[in-house]
Design a protein around this ligand. Structure first.
Ligand SMILES: [Fe+2]
Length: 266
């Protein structure tokens, strides 16, 4: 069963608002991570989750993910300090992981992405729910998502994705953006050195989902924008169709294409 997936909850109903906005405005208030309040149990759970995924990811994880995780300084035995993580990200892409209390309405979430802010859950899952948690936690968000924000191409893609998603004019466009998010940010695969590797956070942070994604029960198709935005998905089951990019430039181009399609013909 899947690990928690998306702060964005791509299937969640959008406001449908099509009002353009200045990037960086209208952001919610963020929470400060009070690092000293984490207990030893919190750190121990991180250590356990980290150790269970890290060895497997050396084999199955994207090299871009692995180098990003190293760049932001993820440590095996203690929870990440977002001040340290963000100082590293600032040097390379200007992204930052910012604390939030839980679910955030999709439009707010996308506005954050457009401002290179990644809403991050600060709490760690309880030991009783190591393998499945319906909502995101710091392991899913920081271990799963944030390392890719150190990659300049992925960083640009995600910002542009947020800017476009935040102003989706209707249900059709909203659904397309949700599918693109799902099949890239959450469950994306990438071809590296002739092998298919995982990079989506739902795969990075979940052993079961990653094994399924690379196994015989999942059909891996070449990434094609029109195929992706026509492909339905279900959030609470193993995926039977996923998409493989050749590089993150494909994701950036996909957002550009969607943006151009929205422009009125002249
Ligand atoms: Fe996620």
């Amino acid at each position: 069963m899947s690990d928690s997936h998306s702060t964005a909850q791509p299937d969640h109903e959008h406001s449908g608002g099509g009002t353009a906005m200045d990037v960086g405005s209208g952001l919610p208030e963020f929470l400060t991570q009070d690092y000293l309040r984490y207990t030893q149990e919190d750190h121990d759970i991180w250590k356990l989750l980290y150790s269970r995924r890290r060895d497997a990811l050396r084999e199955t994880g994207s090299a871009i993910y692995l180098s990003g995780a190293e760049w932001i300084g993820l440590e095996p035995d203690r929870l990440p300090n977002l001040n340290h993580v963000n100082a590293r990200l600032a040097e390379r892409t200007g992204w930052a992981a910012v604390g939030v209390g839980g679910f955030m309405p999709p439009v707010q979430f996308f506005r954050c992405l457009a401002a290179r802010r990644f809403p991050t859950t600060l709490t760690v899952r309880p030991r009783a729910k190591l393998d499945y948690l319906p909502e995101p936690d710091i392991f899913h968000d920081v271990f799963g998502h944030v390392p890719l924000h150190a990659d300049p191409v992925f960083a640009d893609f995600l910002q542009h994705f947020g800017a476009l998603a935040a102003v989706s004019p209707g249900e059709k466009e909203t659904a397309e953006m949700a599918r693109l998010f799902w099949f890239s940010v959450e469950f994306g695969l990438i071809k590296e050195g002739g092998r298919t590797k995982v990079y989506g956070s739902g795969l990075i942070s979940s052993h079961g989902d990653a094994a399924n994604a690379l196994g015989p029960k999942c059909e891996r198709r070449p990434f094609d924008l029109d195929a992706v935005i026509a492909q339905p998905y279900e959030i609470d089951r193993m995926q039977d169709v996923l998409f493989v990019v050749e590089s993150f430039e494909q994701l950036f181009a996909a957002v550009e294409t969607l943006g151009n399609r929205r422009k009125p013909n002249v």
